[in-house]
Write a protein that binds this ligand. Sequence first.
Ligand code: PLP
Length: 427
Amino acid sequence: MKKPFISLDTAKKICREYPTPFHIYDETGIRENMRRVREAFSWNPGFTEYFAVKALPNPEILRILMEEGAGFDCSSMTELMLARAVGDGKEKIMFSSNETPAEEYAFADKINAIINLDDITHIDYLDNVLGTLPETLSLRYNPGGVYTLSNGIMDNPGDAKYGMTKEQLFEALKILAGKGVKRFGIHAFLASNTVTNDYYPKLAGELFELAVEAKEKTGVALNFINLSGGVGIAYRPDQENNDIAVIGDGVRKAYESILVPAGMGDVDIYTEMGRFMTGPYGALVTTAIHEKHIYKEYIGVDACAVNLMRPAMYGAYHHITVLGKEDEPCDHKYDIVGSLCENNDKFAIDRMLPRIEKGDILYIHDTGAHGFSMGYNYNGKLWSSELLLETDGNVKLIRRAETPMDYFSTLDVLPVFDKLKELSLPE
Ligand SMILES: *Cc1c(COP(=O)(O)O)cnc(C)c1O
């Protein structure tokens, strides 16, 4: 059974100060999970988890993860800025971007982020932007084909825009070595949301073999291997959660059987997990405000797809708990819907839940990664607040809800702006 990390009583208390909808995150859960991750890879002294900032780009969350030893994996200029602002100058930043504009490479280099090149042609591009290449560079690999795991999870690297081929990767290593680059890494992201302990060990084995071959063919010995993201979470109650200790041990076995015998036992292991780091430790809390009985039974809530896009975009399952009704029978079949003028704005379709009344508070699970951050403003809907349930039980506002004036603020180039300002003054 999936259990909410707040009770109905706590939710009611919070709602008095911060109206729904909001995302709330569990500090204790995030810290404990990060500690398990470090423990799982403690056999590798250089291990670093570069948290994928795009999953949950809130500075308070970044600070918590940094305190627990994480670095940051950024994909854009603003994410680099966030990471740098949270850091103390010694923070570790990876820049795993693609189709990257010149000014973002320049900024990444300025703040000493490790740049992960998505393509061999980006070597010249980066060289032109910076004048000289950085001492450390990483290269993204794409093996092509279809990626299958023992439990059948498949992804399609051959159709993905990311990374370079093996031949290009070897060629790129030679070029970079010739240009004076000193430290090298490789990176690959081949499958998303893998709910199996096999993904990282299998990927690691493949990258380790690639590293050995690279050394033979190019003379370049890699300094780090970045397993990137893709470790999934159990969104469905019938799924079994990944066990990071088992995953870390699987990677260790591959390391000891492939890298160590090749004399490469000093390679650092990096990860760039997002979903696994914060996904389960966030929830979208929303109030049922309407019920409707037509050809189906609908419950209308005060959140909508702009607050959580995954169900509308991917048909993704997010478990829902009606707070206070945890033990009641799930004998009602509902579509739980938001207010967008878009029929895919449904958090759940034909979901069996306890009888829901107007005013009930719904807890939508596992929104701590790729939840709030995938939001948008369609229908003029405003961004919700974000709250942090601190370890001591205190609830802290870590992002206020957007106001109409925030939404209108980029219209300040128009005369109508003054009128909008007048209309959106608080009463
Ligand atoms: C999105 C992304 C991640 C994080 O992926 P998760 O599935 O959230 O772990 C890591 N690295 C890169 C390059 C990404 O694009």
